[in-house]
Design a protein around this ligand. Structure first.
Ligand SMILES: Cc1cc2nc3c(=O)[nH]c(=O)nc-3n(C[C@H](O)[C@H](O)[C@H](O)COP(=O)(O)OP(=O)(O)OC[C@H]3O[C@@H](n4cnc5c(N)ncnc54)[C@H](O)[C@@H]3O)c2cc1C
Length: 497
C-alpha cells in the first residue's frame, strides 16, 4: 500500500547519473520534474575537460551494463541509438606486471581462454569457474540486494527475494575477495587481476567480501563498452532525453536546504529562492545532505560513521606521441597489493609502488587528441582527504607514475607531456560534493557493508528520497542507475502514480 502522499512535482537535487536517471524515470510516471545542479556543468563525476586540443574524460571510464542506460530511453518510447552509440570492447584490458609479462582480458570467453593458455600455466578451468561463480553471485544478489530497497520489510515477502535469502551462502559473503581468488587461482598475476575489482568501488580486496566478484562478472562475462565520443556523451544523451521529456534543469543553482515541516518535506531553498514540493529526491552525497541540507535534523549516525571508500589521484596528460602498447584500458601492477591497500586504508597515504590505471580514449576515438598524440588519464588509488599534504603526495605519485609509464614504453614520458592537469581528493570533493573526496560513498570493506548504506528514502521525513553512489545499492554507474530506479519506484508507490 502506498502512503498516498500528494504532489505532481518532484524536485531533484544534483545532476549526477542517478539524479538524471531519477528525473527521467519520474517524468515517465507523469511527474513534473525540476532538477537543480550547483555546478554550471551537468553530470557530477561524469565530466570531461578540454585542454589545448585534447579531450579527457575526467571521471569514470569503464562502462558496464549500458542496458541500464538504454532502459531510460525505452521507457519513454525512444530509440537509444538516436542519442548515443555504445561500442562493445573486444579487448577489455592490457595488464602489465612488474616482471615484464603481460596478460590481456577479453569479453569473449574463447579469446580469454586462449590468452590464459598462452600466457600462464593456470588451468583454464580455474578462471572459468571463478567467472561462472561470479555470474551465480550476481543472479542471487540481483533481485535481493541490487534492484530493490533493502529497507522495506514488504520486499522480503516474495519468492525471488526469499529464494535469494535462502541461497545467501552462495554469495560468498563470508570470505574476502582475496582469500576467495587466491584459493581458486594459482597464478599470482591472475589473483592480482581479480582482486583489483575491489578498487572499482574504492574498497580493499583483503577485507571486502567476495560477493563483490559481481564486478568481474559485469566486465568480463557481460562486457565493457565505450560510448562513441567518450563518457560525457552519456550525460549529453540523458540531458537531451530529460529535456524532451519535460524535465526542467537548472544548472548553477545550489540547493541550500531541504525544507521540512513536522515530518514532511515542504520543498527546497535554493540560491534562486524557495521551490515548493512534497517530493524531493537528493542525489548529493548523503553526508553532505545531512551536514548541509538538513541542519538540525536527526542523523543516522551509525550509517554515517561507516568507513568511507578510497579516493584517487588522477593525472591528465596530453602527450606528444602515440604508443601502440597503451590501449583503451591498461593497468600496470605494483609488486605488493597488500602493502598498497594497507597504505591507503590503514596508513591513509599512497603506496610508493601502486597499481596504475591508464585510460587512453584517443586509442579508440582519435578526435580526443591531436594527430600523432595521446590523451592519457593516469590514476592511482589514494586515501580519502584526512588532512594529508596533497602537494607532497601528488608529487610522489607523479614521479612514480612517470617512471612506470616510461619503463613500459621505453622512453622518458616526462619529456613528452605538453599539457597537464591533476585531480586529488580535495578537488574531487570541491567539484562533486563527495564527502572527503571519497569517490564511492562508504567502503564495502565489511561483510555487512551492503546493509549499512543509507536507504533510498528517509525513515523520518515523508517525501524525501535519495539516489546516487553514497546510498543503496552502491556506487559505480550501474548501481547508481539502479538506485535511481529504486527511488523512483518508491515514489511511485508512495504517491500512487
Ligand atoms: C576518477 C573517477 C573514476 C571513476 N571510474 C568509474 C568507472 O570507471 N566506472 C564506473 O562505473 N564508475 C566510476 N566512477 C564512479 C562513478 O563516477 C560514480 O559512482 C557516479 O558517477 C556517481 O554518480 P552519482 O549519481 O552518485 O552523482 P555524482 O556524480 O556524485 O553527482 C552528484 C551531483 O550533485 C551535485 N550537488 C551536490 N550538492 C548539491 C546541492 N546542494 N545543490 C545542487 N547540486 C548539488 C554535485 O554538484 C554533483 O553534480 C569513478 C569516479 C571517479 C571520480
Amino acid at each position: 500500500m502506498g502512503k498516498g502522499l500528494k504532489s505532481s512535482t518532484c524536485l531533484v537535487i544534483g545532476s549526477g547519473i542517478a539524479g538524471l536517471a531519477a528525473a527521467i524515470r519520474l517524468s515517465s510516471m507523469g511527474m513534473h520534474v525540476k532538477l537543480f545542479e550547483a555546478n554550471s556543468t551537468l553530470g557530477g563525476k561524469i565530466a570531461e575537460k578540454k585542454l589545448a586540443g585534447y579531450r579527457f574524460d575526467i571521471g569514470p571510464s569503464v562502462l558496464t551494463k549500458p542496458d541500464y542506460i538504454m532502459e531510460l530511453f525505452l521507457i519513454h518510447g525512444k530509440n537509444p541509438d538516436n542519442y548515443i552509440q555504445f561500442e562493445k570492447l573486444d579487448r577489455l584490458f592490457n595488464f602489465y606486471f612488474p616482471d615484464g609479462t603481460t596478460i590481456n582480458s577479453f569479453a569473449d570467453p574463447a579469446r580469454m581462454e586462449q590468452e590464459i593458455r598462452e600466457k600462464s600455466d593456470e588451468p583454464v578451468g580455474n578462471v572459468s569457474r571463478v567467472l561462472n561463480d561470479s555470474k551465480k553471485i550476481y543472479r542471487v544478489t540481483r533481485e535481493v540486494f541490487l534492484e530493490r530497497s533493502l529497507h522495506k520489510t514488504k520486499n522480503y515477502f516474495n519468492w525471488p527475494t526469499l529464494r535469494g535469502v535462502l541461497q545467501f551462502n552462495r554469495v560468498r559473503a563470508f570470505q574476502t575477495m582475496h582469500s576467495y581468488n587466491s584459493k581458486r587461482l594459482n597464478d599470482k598475476r591472475l589473483v592480482q587481476i581479480f582482486d583489483r575489482y575491489a578498487s572499482y568501488i574504492g574498497s580493499n580486496p583483503f577485507e571486502a567480501p567476495a560477493t563483490l566478484n559481481i564486478i568481474n562478472h559485469f566486465e568480463i562475462n557481460e562486457g565493457a563498452y565505450f560510448p562513441v565520443g567518450g563518457m560525457y556523451k552519456i550525460v549529453e544523451a540523458l540531458v537531451k532525453l530529460a529535456g524532451e521529456c519535460g524535465v526542467e534543469i537548472f544548472s548553477g543553482v545550489a540547493v541550500k536546504e531541504i525544507i521540512v515541516e513536522g515530518k514532511k518535506v515542504k520543498g527546497i531553498q535554493t540560491s534562486d529562492g524557495f521551490k515548493e514540493s512534497a517530493c524531493v529526491i537528493c542525489n548529493a552525497d548523503i553526508h553532505l545532505a545531512y551536514e548541509k541540507l538538513l541542519p538540525g535534523k536527526i542523523k543516522p549516525e551509525f550509517i554515517l560513521s561507516q568507513p568511507r571508500s578510497s579516493s584517487v589521484i588522477v593525472f591528465l596528460w596530453g602527450i606528444n606521441k602515440k604508443f601502440p602498447q597503451i590501449g583503451l584500458h591498461n593497468t600496470c601492477f605494483g609488486e605488493n597489493d597488500r602493502e598498497e591497500y594497507d597504505a591507503i586504508f590503514n596508513r591513509k597515504t599512497i603506496s610508493e609502488d601502486p597499481n596504475v590505471y591508464f585510460y587512453n580514449s584517443s586509442s579508440n576515438y582519435s578526435a580526443d587528441a591531436p594527430q600523432g598524440k595521446s590523451n592519457l588519464f593516469a590514476m592511482i588509488s589514494a586515501p580519502y582527504e584526512d588532512g594529508q599534504n596533497w602537494e607532497d603526495l601528488v608529487s610522489l605519485a607523479r614521479t612514480v607514475v612517470i617512471k612506470k609509464l616510461s619503463t613500459l614504453v621505453g622512453e622518458d614520458i616526462g619529456k613528452l607531456i605538453e599539457v597537464e592537469e591533476v585531480l586529488n581528493p580535495k578537488t574531487i570533493e570541491s567539484h562533486t560534493g563527495s564527502w572527503k573526496g571519497s569517490v564511492y560513498g562508504n567502503s564495502s570493506n565489511g561483510m555487512f557493508s551492503a546493509f549499512l548504506r543509507h536507504p533510498n528514502f528517509s525513515k523520518r521525513i515523508e517525501g524525501l528520497y535519495f539516489c546516487g553512489g553514497s546510498v543503496h545499492p552502491g556506487s559505480g554507474i550501474p548501481l547508481c542507475l539502479l538506485s535511481a530506479k529504486i527511488a523512483a519506484d518508491l515514489i511511485k508507490g508512495d504517491f500512487k502514480l
